[in-house]
Design a protein around this ligand. Structure first.
Ligand SMILES: CC(=O)SCCNC(=O)CCNC(=O)[C@H](O)C(C)(C)COP(=O)(O)OP(=O)(O)OC[C@H]1O[C@@H](n2cnc3c(N)ncnc32)[C@H](O)[C@@H]1OP(=O)(O)O
Ligand SMILES: O=C([O-])CC(=O)C(=O)O
Length: 369
């Protein structure tokens, strides 16, 4: 059989890698991360613990957790030149493009750039995890003509990230919901961005290049960009009835509804979305305003009735970030920041068990006689 007869558009159903990192077990209904259920982890563990799990292969004890936190904090500082490069970007630049530029520029500061051994890569991953929140927050601020903000060492990693993007320290509820969103976004098997990073790493290109490519992939509205699109839709509608009308008219026009559907969970709700739905309810209760919750539920019902399609994580992460006071253009960069650890784990695995990705095509062009 020729390669052209085994063509799967969008690589739907194709197994692209062997991995010990994660697996969407659609039979048991579990997102398996290093053997654990991500949903259970998100209820009991914080983001820095997931960092240790994904980079150091085990859940940390209390001392190890404190060590991770302190290792990340030591890496907060950004080279001044990286911020200067971002200052050259035009005002309308999307923060994902600011992030892509800043991340790419960091490679020049790595004196071991050509060393892709595991220990060096893990160390590099910690450095990146320390710096990405600062790039996200400050590229947004610089592009919007605000002065860069400095991190607060006394806050936890997640609370500091929240502080840098909103300018205010989170309440305990805000910190725990924001941290949970980071855990839920941290790793998800083989989405387009992870595949992109692994394809780049398979040429033995470095972690910065692999992650820079992943930012570009994640920006698209069929992937991470959907969370921003969801919030724009909710704001455009502004009420339950107008949101229902908007969705119905989009469906009549055969438009895609952002925040719904998933290549792997097409016939049921993304389990991560359910946790963000609960978080939205808590935030609505705390603020005494449940409009967004009611709008989202109404949207869910329409999509189930009309298309048999369910929310993915982006659908409920968007209103949660809105209720947390986070600017919309930062939703996808936050998704990327959280996913940085998963991406690093995949690039490290790819470098350690590498075979170049080089697929074939089904040629449908003409042949010359
Ligand atoms: C955290 C994340 O990154 S999750 C993904 C975030 N992205 C989004 O929310 C964007 C909206 N969703 C989508 O576009 C899709 O569901 C994707 C891209 C996520 C998955 O797409 P695919 O696996 O390629 O599914 P595909 O595009 O083949 O869709 C299958 C059917 O469902 C329909 N469908 C899928 N998603 C949607 C949607 N969001 N709105 C309307 N219809 C949809 C398609 O029109 C198609 O119907 P048809 O067979 O009648 O033509
Ligand atoms: O798995 C996917 O294709 C997209 C997704 O939900 C994620 O990256 O979290």
């Amino acid at each position: 059989m020729g390669a052209e007869e085994r063509f799967f558009p969008g690589l739907d159903g194709v197994v692209a890698a062997e991995t010990r990192i994660s697996f969407l077990d659609t039979v048991q209904g579990e997102i398996v991360i290093k053997g654990y259920d991500l949903i259970e982890l998100s209820k009991t563990r914080s983001y820095v613990e997931i960092v240790h799990l994904l980079l150091d292969e085990a859940l940390p004890n209390a001392d190890q957790k404190a060590e991770v936190e302190s290792k990340l904090k030591q890496e907060y500082d950004l080279p001044a030149e990286v911020l200067n490069i971002i200052k050259l970007l035009p005002e309308h630049t999307h923060p994902m493009d600011g992030l892509r530029t800043g991340l790419s520029a960091l490679s020049g500061y790595d004196s071991q750039l050509d060393d892709c051994t595991r220990a060096v890569n893990v160390n590099r991953a910690y450095k990146l995890l320390g710096k990405v929140p600062g790039i996200v927050a400050n590229s947004y601020r610089i592009i919007n003509k605000h002065e860069p903000i400095s991190p607060l060492q006394e806050l936890s990693y997640s609370a500091n990230f929240f502080y840098m993007i909103t300018g205010k320290q989170p309440t305990a509820l805000e910190e725990s919901i924001f941290d949970r969103s980071l855990v839920l976004y941290s790793e998800h098997e083989m989405p387009n961005s992870t595949f992109t990073a692994r394809v780049i790493a398979s040429t033995l290109s470095d972690l910065y290049g692999a992650l820079t490519g992943a930012v570009a992939s994640l920006k698209g509205s069929l992937h991470g960009g959907a969370n921003e699109a969801v919030m724009h839709m909710l704001l455009e509608a502004g009420s339950v009835s107008k949101f229902e009308e908007l969705l119905e008219s989009k469906l009549r026009n055969k438009d895609r509804i952002m925040g719904f559907g998933h290549r792997v969970y097409m016939k049921k709700m993304d389990p991560r979305a359910l946790l963000m739905k609960e978080a939205l309810q808590h935030l609505c209760d705390a603020k005494g305003d449940d409009l967004l919750y009611r709008m989202c539920e109404a949207g869910e019902k329409i999509m189930e009735r009309e298309k048999g399609i369910y929310p993915n994580l982006d659908y409920y992460a968007a209103p949660v970030y809105w209720m947390l006071g986070i600017p919309i253009p930062l939703y996808t960069p936050i998704f990327f920041s959280a996913r940085t650890v998963g991406l690093c784990a995949h690039v490290i695995e790819q470098h350690n068990h590498n075979r170049l990705f080089r697929p074939r095509v089904h040629y449908i062009g003409m042949r010359r006689a």
